[in-house]
Design a binder for this molecule. Structure first.
Ligand code: ZN
Length: 340
C-alpha cells in the first residue's frame, strides 16, 4: 500500500551537467561522460532506496532533456539546423530539431541505463519516455505534414524501445504527456490511440504522466492564467479511464486541481502528486500524509501511489534529495495510520 515513486527525472550532479537547468550542457565528454552518467544513475538509485521509495527510476541521468533524449536516437531528424518554435500552445519558445524524412530508430535508446539500474536494485524499476503527443509538440515537421500521423510514427518507435525495455527487466514503462493538458481535444481524437500503439504487446505495467510542467518561469506564469480551479484533467480523464493504460500520474500538491477529479479515473492506479516540484520549500512528512489522506476519498488505498507532481531535473540536488525523503517518510506515515 502507498508504494511511493517519482515522476521520473532528478537533478544532475555538477560533475555530469550544468545544474539548475532544464536543458543543461554536459560537463564532460567521451568516456568521462559515460562514466559520469553511470555514477550519477547509481547515486540516485541509492538515494531513492534510502528514502523508502518502492518503485525507482534511473533519474533520467543519461539524457539531456526528456524529449530530445529520445529523439537523438531517431533517424530522419535534423539536429544540425534546429528551429525556434513555440511549444505547449506557444507557452514558451524552444530550439527544436526538424523531422526531414521517414523516422526510424538507430538502435536501442535506454538499454545502457536500464540494464545498469536493473543490475543494481531489487526494487521495481520504472523507465520513462516522452509520449507521442508531447514529442510531436516538441519537434518541427517537414515530412509527415499531419500531427496525428507523425504521432503514430513515433508511437511505433516508442513501442519498439518499450518492448526491449520490458525484456531488460523493467517493471513499469511510463509515457510523459504534459501536452495532454494543453490539447485536450486531440487527446480523445488521436492522443490515446497513439499511446495504445506505444504500449501494444506490453505485459509490464504501463503509465502516463500528465502534469502542469516543471517549475520553470514560463509554466508558473501559465498557471497564473488558469484561474482558481484547474479543470484540464476533467476533459481527458474519462477517456483515459476507458484506455488500456494501467496508471495515471497527476499533479495535486499545491496545485489548483480539484481533488475530486481523481474519481474520473475509476479503475486506474493513480499516482497522486504529493510533492510540489515548483517550490524549493520541502514538504513535511505530515503534509505528504495529509495529501494522501485527502486523495483517499477518491481512490482506493491499494490503487494510490504517492508521487512527485512532475520531474525534479531543474531543481537543486540538495532540495530534490530532501523532497525524496519527505515523499518516502510521508508515504510511510500514511501507511502506518491507515494500515495500523
Ligand atoms: Zn511532468
Amino acid at each position: 500500500m502507498f508504494d511511493a515513486t517519482i515522476a521520473g527525472s532528478l537533478p544532475k550532479p555538477f560533475w555530469l551537467a550544468e545544474t539548475n537547468k532544464l536543458w543543461p550542457q554536459w560537463a564532460v565528454s567521451g568516456e568521462n561522460l559515460a562514466t559520469a552518467k553511470r555514477d550519477a544513475t547509481l547515486l540516485w538509485i541509492k538515494a531513492q532506496e534510502d528514502a523508502g521509495l518502492a518503485i525507482v527510476t534511473e533519474g533520467e541521468q543519461s539524457r539531456q532533456h526528456f524529449v530530445h533524449g529520445f529523439l537523438e536516437f531517431v533517424e530522419g531528424i535534423d539536429f544540425e539546423h534546429k528551429v525556434k518554435m513555440g511549444i505547449r500552445n506557444n507557452r514558451y519558445d524552444a530550439m527544436v530539431p526538424v523531422v526531414v524524412g521517414p523516422i526510424r530508430l538507430k538502435g536501442r535508446v535506454h538499454a545502457t541505463e536500464a540494464r545498469l539500474a536493473r543490475a543494481h536494485t531489487q526494487k521495481k524499476l520504472k523507465i520513462t519516455m516522452p509520449g507521442p503527443m508531447t514529442i510531436v509538440d516538441t519537434i518541427a515537421d517537414r515530412h509527415y505534414g499531419d500531427k496525428a500521423r507523425l504521432a503514430m510514427a513515433f508511437a511505433e518507435l516508442l513501442n519498439q524501445e518499450a518492448r526491449a525495455l520490458e525484456a531488460d527487466g523493467v517493471d513499469v514503462i511510463q509515457f510523459d504527456e504534459p501536452a495532454f493538458n494543453v490539447y485536450m481535444d486531440d487527446v480523445s481524437a488521436w492522443g490515446i490511440d497513439a499511446l495504445h500503439r506505444a504500449i501494444e504487446g506490453l505485459k509490464c505495467t504501463t503509465a502516463v504522466h500528465i502534469c502542469y510542467g516543471y517549475g520553470i518561469k514560463a509554466n508558473l506564469d501559465w498557471k497564473e492564467t488558469l484561474g482558481g480551479e484547474w479543470r484540464q484533467y476533467e476533459a481527458i480523464f474519462p477517456a483515459l479511464a476507458k484506455s488500456r493504460i494501467d496508471q495515471v500520474s497527476l499533479e495535486c500538491a499545491n496545485s489548483h486541481v480539484p481533488m475530486h477529479l481523481i474519481k474520473l479515473l475509476d479503475g486506474k492506479d493513480v499516482m497522486v502528486g504529493v510533492i510540489d516540484v515548483a517550490s524549493d520549500t520541502v514538504e513535511t512528512a505530515e503534509q505528504v500524509a495529509g495529501t494522501i489522506n485527502q486523495a483517499l476519498k477518491y481512490v482506493a488505498r491499494e490503487k494510490l501511489y504517492p508521487c512527485t507532481n512532475c520531474g525534479m531535473a531543474p531543481m537543486s540536488r540538495e532540495i530534490a534529495l530532501a523532497k525524496l525523503e519527505a515523499l518516502g517518510a510521508g508515504a510511510a506515515l500514511a501507511r502506518a495510520r491507515v494500515g495500523g
